[in-house]
Design a binder for this molecule. Structure first.
Ligand code: NAP
Length: 277
């Protein structure tokens, strides 16, 4: 499994697993747990969840999946902006820890920016780190100006990642946010890496996939994974999707593939506001 280094030097797998929409239906619980466990066995040990997903139920799915193997996984969860005051963040984290049935979250993110001053949320993150309840903290859906603001805060020296929407059809970050993160040695966690399935019908993507005897989803993931400093977190609740996504690690895109993909999904020609799902 290729890995990506966090600013601390610790490495995490470049291909992880998402959990949005898991825990929504009791009938699907067993399959979701099994899919995450299969992914862990294949080395996709970074699991991304959030207090928001299925109102906490996704964290409970994760708890079931990691039962007995907590030390094998790198757990990412998120606090909602409306909970992100100093005391609110700590309380939200405690609730997440309970649902996740663990004593620590490896990486705790602010889900997106809300009305609470950033300084207060980060003070809480630092408190949680000192208490051993989270190991690292980061942000999500932060645009370049938000990152600039973060950089100016005296208590924000330890940001570990920015999790943002990034895939072939959402390349806006390549103009300035990605260069910002590269300059600061900050890994980007690419969410919705296959655009929740919407990318898969694209003819250019399918043509490249056919040449590799692969699927469109695999090429979309391989396109992300070929770049250094990018962690992709596809969500898959079907075992065949988990296996397929893992096998994307084997694909090496050629110069011709990349040129065709650039033609179908042009990189940004100027600054674009960060998109969100
Ligand atoms: P995604 O990973 O791009 O797509 C998930 C969808 O694609 C699911 O319907 C899944 O189906 C399907 N799928 C997965 N692998 C496939 C394959 N090989 N072939 C065909 N279909 C496949 O979208 P996402 O869930 O929005 O994003 C991934 C994760 O990023 C989330 O789960 C969440 O953890 C995180 N996220 C974070 C934010 C944020 O604001 N920070 C926002 C969105 C997402 P099955 O489930 O049926 O297998």
């Amino acid at each position: 499994m290729p890995s990506v280094a966090l600013p601390s030097g610790e490495t995490v797998p470049a291909l992880g697993q998402g959990t949005w929409n898991m825990g929504e239906s009791k009938a699907k619980l067993r399959d979701e747990v099994a899919a995450l466990q299969l992914g862990i066995e294949l080395g996709m040990t970074l699991i991304d969840t959030a207090e928001m997903y299925a109102d906490g139920m996704a964290e409970q799915v994760v708890a079931a999946a990691i039962d007995g193997r907590r030390d094998d996984v790198f757990l990412v969860s998120k606090v909602l902006p409306q909970n992100a005051s100093r005391a609110g963040t700590i309380a939200a984290c405690e609730r997440s820890l309970k649902r996740l049935r663990t004593d620590r979250i490896d990486l705790y993110l602010l889900h997106w920016r809300g009305g609470v001053p950033l300084h207060d949320t980060i003070t809480a993150f630092n408190d949680l780190r000192r208490a051993g309840k989270i190991r690292f903290w980061g942000v999500s859906n932060f645009d370049t100006s938000d990152m600039d603001e973060l950089e100016r805060l005296s208590n924000a020296t330890a940001v570990a990642t920015n999790q943002v929407l990034y895939n072939l059809s959402r390349r806006g970050i390549e103009h300035d946010l990605m260069p910002w993160c590269r300059r600061h040695n900050l890994p980007i966690m690419a969410y919705s890496p296959i655009e929740q399935g919407r990318l898969l019908k694209n003819a250019a993507l399918k043509a490249v996939a056919a040449r590799h005897n692969a699927t469109a989803a695999q090429v979309a993931l391989a396109w992300l994974l070929r770049q250094s400093g990018i962690i992709a977190i596809p969500k898959a609740s079907r075992p065949e999707h988990v296996r397929e996504n893992h096998a994307a690690l084997e694909i090496r895109l050629t110069r011709q593939d990349l040129a065709e993909l650039d033609a179908a999904f042009p990189p940004p020609s100027g600054p674009q506001p960060l998109e969100m799902l």
